[in-house]
Design a binder for this molecule. Structure first.
Ligand code: PLP
Length: 465
């Protein structure tokens, strides 16, 4: 071919300058699993909630300033000056053996008395634990059962793994066993591969609900009957206000339950130390997966947690946290009762960080959000806690971070916003433009149910003026 003859193969592949350069020139090269990735409702709020004039009932940030900061500071300083050769060095993929022993002591407080340090894998927060378990078990298209609503960070992990999430109804007593069984039957009939049930039995994020003893037994009985693996996510279990911690699901079945724990809520989220407790065969896969991901969890923060558990009154500190969160929970519930307009209802958590609020009929928490931000109060719209577009009428309120006075002011602002929205709604509803109605998916993928707002443990102010 002469040099004057155009070579079609060359011209076809030669880069053609785009007339309208694309925003992201790599857009068509990303892996398929990135397509479902999106910023969570919570992350989207970050820039707003950090403004000083805004009362944030949005983020689930623990009250770390209640820690003995000087003592923790000197402890960490000594770990570097006295043990730098270990604490500043790489460590084992499975995590520091001393810390894994202490983790077993922590889990014993929730009835897990048979765990061996060899079954524990230390992770970068329980979030990494969730990711590892998902990587080890889930292929694209597999089904994961999860409460409706469910932890937004878990939904993100499941979405990135291209799993399909099927929600299971919750009510005031937690996950509904009959609904779990129905979901399993449905999945079997469709030929779905259900890889596990993901559940948060204690002080649920975002619902604030705790699974009752009776239901724990039923859920595990169903799991046994259907050969279902259970992933128990338990970062809040030691933060109960009114009673001793409940027995973990893992304490009932060591083979069928993979347990995720965390020091984020009982010590510090900034240290990023969590763990997975799993049967030995699973543990082996988890260690391989974590080594591929991070080589090993950070040595310094592992030593810091182990030293904290060895030398500081950590159980007393948990009691301090409990008192602080109880006061904030009370401020939230009292203000909601005093101020929210009729038709609003909410859960009454007896531990943890969150209240789950249902707006009066027809209101949509996501649509109301700009009005709330203008009124200097922030919350997380409920829709982010579902994988299927449910939850428009719900919001999550976190009471863990703001002081009680700020909480009262935040709820006062929120109540005004809801009232204003109701006014607007009723005005437009008379004209019936249809625009202010809550939007539901035209064909819901799961039956639309009325979860977790029954009379047993939730407050309703429907009858008040
Ligand atoms: C239910 C649940 N699981 C897991 C996590 C992740 O916690 P971490 O990675 O800080 O241990 C959180 C954090 O809020 C949570 O609420």
């Amino acid at each position: 071919m002469s040099s004057l003859t155009p070579d079609p193969s060359v011209s076809a592949s030669a880069p053609v300058p785009a007339r309208h350069p694309r925003l992201d020139p790599l857009a068509d090269r990303y892996a398929a699993r990135t397509h479902g990735m999106k910023s969570s409702e919570i992350r989207a709020l970050f820039s707003v909630v950090s403004r000083p004039e805004v009362v944030s009932l949005a983020g689930g940030m623990p009250a770390v300033t209640a820690l003995p900061l000087d003592a923790v500071g000197s402890m960490i300083g000594e770990l570097v000056s006295g043990m730098g050769a270990q604490t500043l060095q790489y460590g084992s993929g499975q995590g520091d053996p001393r810390l894994r022993e202490r983790i077993c002591d922590v889990m014993a407080l929730e009835g897990i008395t048979d765990a061996s340090p060899s079954e524990v894998v230390v992770t970068v927060g329980s979030q990494q634990g969730l990711d590892l378990v998902t990587r080890v078990f889930v292929d694209p298209g597999d089904v994961i059962l999860a409460e409706a609503p469910s932890y937004v960070g878990a939904l993100g992990v499941f979405q990135a793994a291209q799993a399909r999430v099927q929600h299971v109804l919750m009510d005031d007593d937690g996950l509904v066993p009959e609904a779990l069984e129905d979901a399993l039957i449905e999945c079997r009939a469709r030929g779905d591969k259900v890889k596990f049930l993901y559940t948060i039995p204690n002080f649920h994020n975002p619902a604030g609900i705790t699974l009752t003893e009776e239901r724990r037994a039923k859920v595990m009985e169903i799991a046994d009957r259907y050969d279902l693996l259970v992933v128990e996510d338990n970062p809040y279990g030691l933060l109960g206000f009114d009673r001793e911690p409940m027995k973990a699901l893992r304490a009932r079945d060591a083979e069928r339950v993979i347990y995720l724990g965390s020091f984020s809520k009982t010590f510090s989220p900034g240290l990023r130390v969590g763990w997975v407790l799993a049967p030995l065969a699973v543990r082996e896969k988890l260690v391989l997966a974590t080594e591929a991901q991070v080589l090993c969890p950070p040595s310094l923060t592992q030593y810091a947690v182990a030293r904290y558990l060895d030398t500081q009154p950590w159980q007393q500190q948990i009691k301090t946290f409990i008192e602080l969160y109880r006061e904030r929970r009370d401020a939230t519930l009292d203000s909601l009762t005093a101020l929210m307009p009729p038709g609003t209802s909410w859960t009454r958590p007896d531990g943890g960080f969150y209240v789950w609020l249902k707006l009066p009929a027809g209101l949509d928490a996501k649509r109301m959000q700009p009005r709330a931000v203008s009124a200097h109060v922030a919350y997380v719209p409920g829709i982010g806690f579902y994988a299927d577009g449910q939850g428009t009428e719900y919001m999550r309120l976190s009471y863990c971070y703001p002081e009680p006075d700020q909480i009262r002011e935040g709820v006062r602002r929120l109540a005004r916003v809801v009232e204003a929205e109701l006014d607007l709604h009723s005005t437009f509803d008379t004209v019936d433009t249809g625009r202010f109605r809550a939007v539901r998916p035209a064909t819901p993928q799961v039956p639309v149910v009325e979860p977790i707002t029954g009379p047993a443990s939730s407050d309703t102010v429907g009858d008040q003026p």
